[in-house]
Design a protein. Structure first.
Length: 489
């Protein structure tokens, strides 16, 4: 990403005046700035790691904390919805007859913090350094999600009402693929009926330029094990006579890509289409700089499928990535062992035209076909899957969010793609018939899923004001119906 422009500052060069009632809400939020940061620190200290069973009590603690906060905000209906995994938190305020109904989505679970030795501060002791709060999950998604709750509180405190009917669904399994969310949403479809959805998950492309994410790649994941001998063997006595599972695993992994970076799985690109020349030109016009991006990531050089730009590869081309690779002895010093087994975790990022189930079938076939003799391959089922998503061009939520960001930051808003995946987008579309606006104030460079994750503290206030403006805008007559918003004094 380019870092050639100064970071935007909210509240200047506004294109529309602020309604006095909305101004009261924003003033309330500003008065509570210190308390808002304290709350994020408190929630961020709960190690709600959905992927690790040892944190089951912490998952419940985080859900209970959020439910209690919603009750303090004045939401009249707050419930914990159990699933076969971790519970979801649901809240509802529907006292605005004739106003549209908005379904807000977020998640309270976080990624595992490992490797712990790469953190400069304890991952579950949120720490302020300058204008940043460091801690696991403060950017993805506790900060962006919690500020929506604080906005609801400010509306109800300052005005006694919300501008829209609002339903809030915060799940606890997003970081493990939202495996139980479709079943929950299908069972609770009557409760979740709305006119549109807004996600607090996601994030802006850059801290320098306001952006609205309008597409996201899909995802499919699996894990596999290569089994060799019944137990670890002495590599001197048995090496050369028994196939080493680590060697076999390396061969299987190497078979996934060709020398040009293209995925070598048969049928992987079926249904995938290139961007139009106009769309490719629009990408080239974005303020992206490969050298600055390389510096940001710390990578020696950029790499990927030949024939496509960095942004094309990130947002609009499918990938297969190795997320973990392990086996044998990895401790201090030498241990001459031929291991009994080796393991790998893979994820695919998918684009329109690809079905996660079909991709997983083809990937399994590829792994079996390329597994060398002398070892046995076992593929473990995964439920981390979701299709790619595209928000329709003229969707009223998209138009409203873009205008709100322009008002907030006083400059044009970029519409961008997202390389990551949010499975609920497809679920809301298929089960509830809802399109989802991604409206998060996290930024893509905040080390999400990595050590030293952080959230920019000024964006807590910016996000609160942005959400307050968006809910206010959506509550105006005709906006959600797609009619022009009336002028307001």
């Amino acid at each position: 990403m380019s870092r050639q422009t100064p970071a935007p500052q909210p509240g200047h060069a506004l294109t529309r005046p602020l309604d006095p009632q909305l101004a009261r809400v924003i003033a309330t939020l500003r008065d509570r700035a210190a308390a808002s940061l304290t709350e994020l620190t408190e929630l961020g200290s709960i190690p709600s790691v959905s992927a690790q069973s040892a944190h089951q009590p912490d998952m419940q603690r985080a859900a209970d904390w959020l439910a209690a906060r919603l009750r303090r905000a004045g939401m009249p209906r707050v419930e914990l919805w159990p699933t076969a995994g971790h519970p979801a938190v649901y809240a509802e305020w529907t006292a605005a007859p004739g106003a549209p109904t908005v379904l807000v989505y977020g998640h309270y679970d976080v990624q595992p913090p490992e490797p712990l030795d790469r953190w400069d501060t304890p991952p579950f002791t949120p720490t302020v350094v300058g204008e940043r709060l460091y801690g696991r999950g403060v950017s993805d998604d506790k900060g962006p999600m919690l500020l929506t709750v604080q906005v609801l509180d400010a509306f109800l405190s300052a005005l006694g009402t919300l501008p829209v009917n609002l339903k809030l669904l915060v799940e606890g399994e997003e970081e493990v693929g939202s495996a139980h969310l479709p079943e929950l949403i299908a069972a609770r479809a009557a409760d979740l009926q709305a006119d549109l959805a807004i996600s607090a998950d996601g994030g802006m492309w850059s801290a320098d330029v306001p952006s609205l994410t309008v597409s996201g790649r899909g995802v499919a994941a699996l894990e596999f094990t290569v089994h060799g001998p019944a137990h670890d063997l002495h590599s001197g006595r048995h090496g050369g006579a028994v196939h080493n599972p680590l060697h076999a695993l390396a061969a299987v992994i190497a078979s996934l890509h060709g020398p040009d970076g293209r995925v070598a799985v048969s049928g992987f690109y079926d249904g995938v289409t290139d961007l139009s020349p106009a769309a490719r030109e629009a990408l080239r016009a974005l303020p992206h700089n490969d050298a600055a991006y390389r510096e940001q990531t710390g990578a020696p050089d950029l790499y990927g499928e030949a024939g496509y730009s960095t942004l094309e590869r990130q947002w609009h081309r499918p990938t297969v990535e190795v997320n973990g690779l392990w086996g044998g002895y990895a401790g201090e010093g030498s241990k001459t062992v031929l291991p009994a087994e080796a393991h790998a975790k893979l994820t695919c990022r998918l684009v329109p035209g690809q079905d996660p189930a079909v991709i997983l079938t083809r990937l399994r076939e590829h792994l079996q076909r390329h597994c060398p003799p002398g070892v046995r391959l076992v593929i473990h089922p995964e439920h981390h899957a979701g299709r790619a998503y595209q928000l329709p061009e003229g969707h009223p939520g998209r138009l409203a969010a873009r205008q709100v960001l322009q008002d907030l930051y006083g400059q044009p808003v970029l519409e961008v793609g997202m390389g990551g995946s949010i499975p609920v987008l497809e679920t809301f579309q298929s089960l509830l018939g809802l399109e989802t606006v991604l409206f998060s104030f996290a930024v893509g460079d905040e080390n999400i899923h990595a050590p030293n994750e952080f959230f920019r503290i000024p964006r807590l206030a910016q996000g609160q004001e942005g959400w307050a403006r968006l809910l206010w805008t959506l509550g105006q007559p005709g906006v959600v119906a797609g009619e022009p918003e009336p002028e307001r004094a």
